[in-house]
Write a protein that binds this ligand. Structure first.
Ligand SMILES: NC(=O)c1ccc[n+]([C@@H]2O[C@H](COP(=O)([O-])OP(=O)(O)OC[C@H]3O[C@@H](n4cnc5c(N)ncnc54)[C@H](O)[C@@H]3O)[C@@H](O)[C@H]2O)c1
Length: 366
């Protein structure tokens, strides 16, 4: 293995941010690119000093160690399976797959390959998520029995291709894009979703042709008996909030910022005023705890905020590189990636069954 891990990137919209990420993180470089839009692919390759591969097969044949899969969601699992079969390590954009059959194929491909698979669930690497995880591990919230997440992102602009046809974001193929919400909650609590019941606001409200639901509301039970509530909404006209999380424990509570000047906030029984019927507990700045729990995050260089998602990808990529070098296991391997993804797939079944609870399989047993 050469000093730098050589990457091929597939999908050159989101995939472009990976080029800059490699420069900032180091130890990785992009040597080949593939996109079905050949004109764009050649243009980006020329700028990046990389080779353009006209097909996925040619990308996998080129001199690369690993592939970043940043193609549209419906292609993730097939591209990952192809890459693993070719012995290439995989860093796959979210969500991992869209059906149970795809999930099983992905597990089989990982088991049959020596290559590393990691789901690039970047929100799990957000500073606030890491901070609250460490505070929880230190007992500051007591036992967390309830948690919430919301991903609210008005993506209606992305429904239409240049020729007016509907894109993958609008045609209802991708189910529930839930990993940015469920991933961080499961990371903080070290838990797994056991069952999901879901309802949806049907599509067609803003454009009768768009079948993708306006939003999904998921209620989840975990293996450890926690209750989670997750709203995923790619449609509603309103300010974005893609990283809202809340924790409720026996000894504390946390809610992330809500916009309009709000900040991440906590109330902790061990440090703050009493909470009771006649004792009004109040919120305190989460940031007050950053120096103690995430000093390395405070010391990150300014270029660490390399994408629209804070410094999350700056912390994520080195973990993948370490796994590729054999220094540690993949932190979001295929099983953990499916723990984050499968609740969304089963949520679609629950919606069809008018909100009935549906069990979420543990892919480790497949
Ligand atoms: N983790 C994050 O924060 C984050 C942020 C943005 C996007 N994403 C993910 O990245 C992926 C891509 O999103 P996007 O917004 O760039 O999508 P997009 O539809 O805007 O662009 C996808 C690119 O892939 C190309 N493409 C389409 N089909 C292809 C195929 N079969 N093979 C190769 N290339 C193909 C298109 O020409 C286009 O350049 C999605 O899975 C999305 O969920 C993740």
């Amino acid at each position: 293995m050469p000093a730098d891990v050589r990457f091929g990137v597939v999908g050159l919209t989101r995939g472009l941010s990976f080029l800059r990420l490699c420069e900032v993180v180091g130890g990785a470089r992009v040597t080949a690119l593939h996109d079905t839009d050949e004109v764009r692919g050649r243009e980006v390759a020329a700028e990046a000093g990389a080779t353009y591969a006209p097909s996925m097969a040619e990308l996998l044949d080129s001199d690369i160690d690993a592939v970043v899969i940043a193609s549209p969601v419906p292609y993730h699992s097939q591209h990952a399976v192809q890459a693993l079969a070719a012995g290439k390590h995989v860093l796959s954009e979210v969500i991992a797959c869209t059906t149970l059959a795809e999930a099983r194929a992905l597990v089989a491909a990982v088991r049959a390959s020596d290559a590393v698979y990691m789901l690039a669930e970047n929100y799990r690497y957000l500073d606030e998520v890491e901070l609250t995880r460490r505070m929880y591990a230190d007992g500051r919230f007591g036992e967390v029995y309830y948690a919430e997440a919301e991903y609210l992102h008005d993506c209606r602009d992305l429904w239409y291709a240049e020729d007016g046809s509907l894109t993958w974001r609008a045609d209802g193929r991708i189910g529930v894009y839930c990993t940015h919400s469920i991933g961080p909650l499961l990371y903080v609590t070290d838990d797994r979703v056991a069952s999901v019941s879901a309802v949806a606001v049907p599509g067609g409200r803003f454009d009768p042709e768009v079948s993708a639901p306006v939003m999904h509301l998921l209620q989840l039970r975990t293996d450890a008996g926690r209750t989670l509530r997750v709203r995923v909404d790619h449609t509603s006209p309103r300010p974005h909030q893609m990283a809202y999380y809340a924790l409720q424990g026996t000894a504390g509570a946390y809610e992330s910022w809500r916009g309009n000047g709000d900040r991440g906030k906590v109330w902790l029984a061990d440090s703050h005023e009493r909470s009771g019927c006649y004792d009004a507990a109040r919120w305190h700045d989460l940031d007050d705890f950053a120096e103690r729990y995430v000093p390395e995050r405070l010391a990150a260089p300014s270029e660490a905020a390399v994408s629209d998602h804070g410094t999350s990808e700056y912390w994520m990529l080195p973990e993948f590189l370490a796994a590729v070098r054999g220094e540690r296991p993949s932190p979001i391997d295929v099983y953990r990636g499916l723990d984050y993804t499968l609740p969304g797939i089963l949520a679609t079944e629950s919606v069809a069954a008018r909100g009935a609870a549906v069990d979420v399989p543990d892919p480790r047993g497949w």
